[in-house]
Design a protein around this ligand. Structure first.
Ligand SMILES: NC(=O)c1ccc[n+]([C@@H]2O[C@H](COP(=O)([O-])OP(=O)(O)OC[C@H]3O[C@@H](n4cnc5c(N)ncnc54)[C@H](OP(=O)(O)O)[C@@H]3O)[C@@H](O)[C@H]2O)c1
Length: 405
């Protein structure tokens, strides 16, 4: 019990509490003994950040500089001071209540109210404190790190400090600025997991290690101009895949510069028809939010169609866990029956997965200058609701980031 208290205070304050029981430490804090140290400790327990207390619109995002600072509760956790973060479509959706039912189950607290909820799924920051079992050589305190926040965490990265498990954190590639670093991992790990976990483009090795893979495979990326699509193109090109991509006409030059071998304006039906000439595809990766319906519109053969737009959370929100899962199974079964009877390929859902081997591959690609972050726009911390509005407005060309520095 005494150890637990010691773990939660900054290292330089250990001497104040060493050898005291939990009750006596609490008394010390409550009764104002050791005034200087107590003030320092209390000051450190407060931080600024954005929270929501209800699901709804942008006006639910409330700023406070009196938020409770997150604390290390598990031995594998890291406490990070956030320098920059980003807004993802899932933050906007979660603000509206998306996924609330599933996330409560994932948090193992179906009956507990999740508010106040801090959104924000990724960050770049300085590592402040490690739990007992974190490898201090791999993740040295005081160093600049990047990381992601598991979706079930109620305390996300739209705050001055965030606490996450060590497998979600890595050392930042030195060449990246804080805002650039905060733009890569959530979308990058989504692209990585779609390519290497769901589609298995690199086989077992590609899924379990940072080796990647997919040389000479032909991949069509739908939505090459967004956060996930722009990173998927760069990951695949670095592995020697042949990449075709779709986007709006005004993004074609940008997507070409990302390395796509062929770029098609998705609003131009005759150009879209030429995609047939390159079939069959090893993989069609839907990064455009179209879902399984878009697979029906494709009149050519592919081995696999992976979409990141699964109705899973929506089905569970509307129908509960049991029926929602059943609906989702029925959705994917129906899509596969249609696809396979039309002699096309398998349809699968892809998801963001916080995998350390994916983080490592992304780091290596940045260091080898094979992956450049694409930033749509950058906002100050006090402008965070504006950043949410930008993401909701859509037509993004890369990532919307928020700087706390
Ligand atoms: N399942 C998961 O775990 C997970 C994780 C991350 C993201 N996602 C989902 O994956 C999708 C992509 O995420 P993101 O962060 O990359 O979103 P994003 O930055 O908004 O990118 C979407 C891009 O697709 C383009 N687009 C829209 N309609 C298109 C179409 N019919 N054909 C081709 N391009 C089209 C958009 O530009 P224009 O509209 O200007 O053409 C935009 O550049 C979103 O639906 C998101 O919700 C899922």
């Amino acid at each position: 019990m005494q150890l637990k208290v010691l773990l939660r205070v900054p290292a330089r304050n250990f001497h104040i509490f060493y050898g005291k029981s939990v009750a006596s430490v609490n008394n010390m804090l409550n009764e104002g003994q050791n005034d200087v140290q107590t003030q320092t400790h209390e000051h450190k327990l407060k931080m600024s950040g954005w929270q929501i207390h209800n699901y709804g619109d942008f006006d639910e995002l409330l700023f406070s500089d009196r938020l409770k600072m997150p604390q290390i509760k598990q031995s594998n956790e890291c406490l990070v001071k956030v320098h920059a973060t980003s807004i993802n479509p899932i933050d906007v959706a979660m603000l509206g209540g998306y996924g609330a039912a599933v996330l409560k189950v994932l948090r193992c607290q179906p009956s507990v109210i999740e508010f106040p909820l801090t959104l924000g799924r990724e960050f770049c920051g300085t590592l402040i404190q490690n739990g007992m079992s974190v490898n201090n050589f791999k993740l040295p305190v005081g160093q600049r790190v990047w990381g992601v926040v598991p979706v079930q965490n109620t305390q996300g990265a739209h705050a001055e400090y965030v606490c996450v498990p060590d497998y979600c954190v890595g050392m930042v590639p030195e060449s990246l600025t804080n805002t650039e670093a905060a733009s890569v991992l959530y979308a990058g790990l989504t692209a990585w997991s779609g390519i290497y976990l769901t589609a298995q483009l690199g086989g077992v090795c590609g899924a379990l290690t940072a080796d990647g893979g997919g040389a000479n495979k032909r991949v069509l990326v739908l939505g090459g101009s967004g956060a996930v699509g722009s990173l998927a193109i760069q990951i695949l090109r670095a592995q020697g895949s042949q990449v075709l991509a779709t986007c709006s006409e005004n993004a074609m030059e940008l997507v070409q510069n990302l390395g796509a071998d062929c770029v098609i304006d998705y609003r131009n039906p005759s150009k879209m028809a030429t995609l047939r000439n390159f079939a069959p595809y090893d993989l069609v990766l839907d990064c455009s939010g179209q879902g399984t319906e878009a697979a029906e519109a494709l009149d050519f053969k592919y081995d696999q169609y992976v979409t990141f737009s699964s109705p899973l959370l929506k089905n569970i929100d509307s129908s509960g866990v049991g029926l929602g899962l059943l609906k989702n199974f029925a959705n994917i079964l129906e899509a596969n029956v249609k696809s396979l009877t039309n002699r096309k390929g398998l349809i699968k859902y892809g998801f963001f997965i916080p995998a350390p081997q994916g983080i490592e591959l992304l780091k290596q690609l940045v260091e080898r200058k094979k992956l450049l972050p694409l930033i749509d726009s950058c906002y100050k911390f006090n402008e965070l609701p504006e950043a949410f509005k930008r993401v909701k407005a859509g037509h993004l060309r890369g990532k919307v980031v928020v700087s706390l520095d």
